[in-house]
Write a protein that binds this ligand. Structure first.
Ligand code: HEC
Ligand code: HEC
Length: 272
């Protein structure tokens, strides 16, 4: 039996894992139509930003250390609810992040994914690439009031009463994931460069300091989005089990993770 303090600690961990974005009022999820993209220099910047985010591996070789694109996780150009959409994020940064222990800008948040999810290097804040990425995210956020989260921000909820079982997760992986991500998790390469199906682990995957390396974060993503096109078909338990399994397979190591959660509020599924 868990004692009262342990239960409270558990509940606090789950609160952080599942309701990070629930505290502010929510706006409807309405990405703008392609037809509404402005003309002129702003339109060109938005289009260029979108290309950088969808063809990141190919276009930013100096900043990407693995085989992924930003949109390998932020599905459909960041316009999918519950796949960490970029719709509406323009007006919520700067934002306090417990992992950083301070308020961070949208540029810093973008670079967090460059160094962790992409196992690469940050873009300069004033680079044309960063400006174009921000232009795209700002356009995606059209109509969302400043300071409001959209419904579907992040990855959505997962029932918090389960404990992961990696052995069962390995079975779920073989049955539901290996057909695309490969029996060895290494994905399927595109002969023209990059991947048709991205790797779930190995040297071309996200590093162990990435949000996706955390069991509950990965489980929420998988639950709502995988198998691709069949989001919502796995039970919470299966999503949690398969997430525990694939996140703990060999992957690049992020040296900076010892400095994460400087205020001592490190969640239970954070990697050591
Ligand atoms: C391996 C999966 C993965 C890849 C690839 C990835 N990200 Fe992320 N990203 C995440 C996760 C996990 C989060 C945290 C979501 C949450 O807070 O619920 C996140 C969050 C974000 C956020 C903040 C979203 C919010 O609602 O606060 C931004 C902005 C972002 N990523 C940008 C990028 C950019 C730009 C790239 C490419 C350079 C990228 N990401 C690549 C997994 C990924
Ligand atoms: C039908 C093929 C298919 C199946 C089956 C499938 N995926 Fe995916 N998965 C994809 C594709 C394609 C992407 C990248 C999406 C994009 O680039 O638009 C992806 C992205 C991912 C990502 C984020 C990128 C990365 O590789 O880290 C994870 C994690 C993931 N899938 C896990 C799973 C898990 C776990 C299962 C089984 C429950 C699964 N997938 C089943 C096709 C599939």
């Amino acid at each position: 039996m868990l004692n009262h303090a342990q239960l409270a600690a558990c509940a606090a961990t789950f609160f952080i894992a599942f309701s990070t974005h629930a505290e502010t009022p929510q706006a409807d999820f309405n990405p703008p139509s392609e037809a509404s993209m402005p003309a002129g220099p702003r339109g060109l910047a938005i289009q260029e930003g979108k290309k950088l985010l969808t063809e990141t591996h190919q276009r930013l070789p100096n900043n990407v250390g693995n085989g992924l694109n930003c949109t390998s996780c932020h599905l459909a150009g960041g316009t999918t609810a519950n796949a960490a959409p970029w719709v509406g994020i323009w007006g919520v940064f700067p934002e306090y992040r417990s992992r950083s222990g301070k308020l961070i800008s949208l540029q810093e948040r973008v670079n967090d994914c460059f160094v962790r999810s992409m196992d690469g290097k940050p873009l300069a804040d004033t680079s044309a690439e960063m400006t174009n990425i921000l232009a795209y995210m700002q356009w995606l956020s059209t109509g969302v009031p400043t300071g409001m989260n959209v419904k579907g921000r992040g990855f959505g909820a997962l029932d918090d009463k389960f404990f992961p079982d990696a052995i069962h997760g390995k079975q779920v992986y073989a049955e539901k994931c290996a057909s695309c991500h490969g029996a060895e998790g290494l994905g399927m390469k595109n002969p023209a460069g990059g991947y048709i199906f991205p790797p779930a682990w190995g040297k071309d995957s996200f590093n162990d300091g990435a949000g996706m390396a955390r069991t509950f974060t990965a489980a929420a993503f998988v639950k709502h989005n995988m198998p691709l096109g069949q989001g919502g078909t796995l039970t919470d338990q299966d999503a949690l089990d398969v997430a525990e399994f694939f996140t703990h397979q060999p992957r690049p190591v992020y040296a900076g993770k010892a400095k994460d959660w400087p205020k001592g509020d490190k969640p239970k599924d954070a990697r050591n």
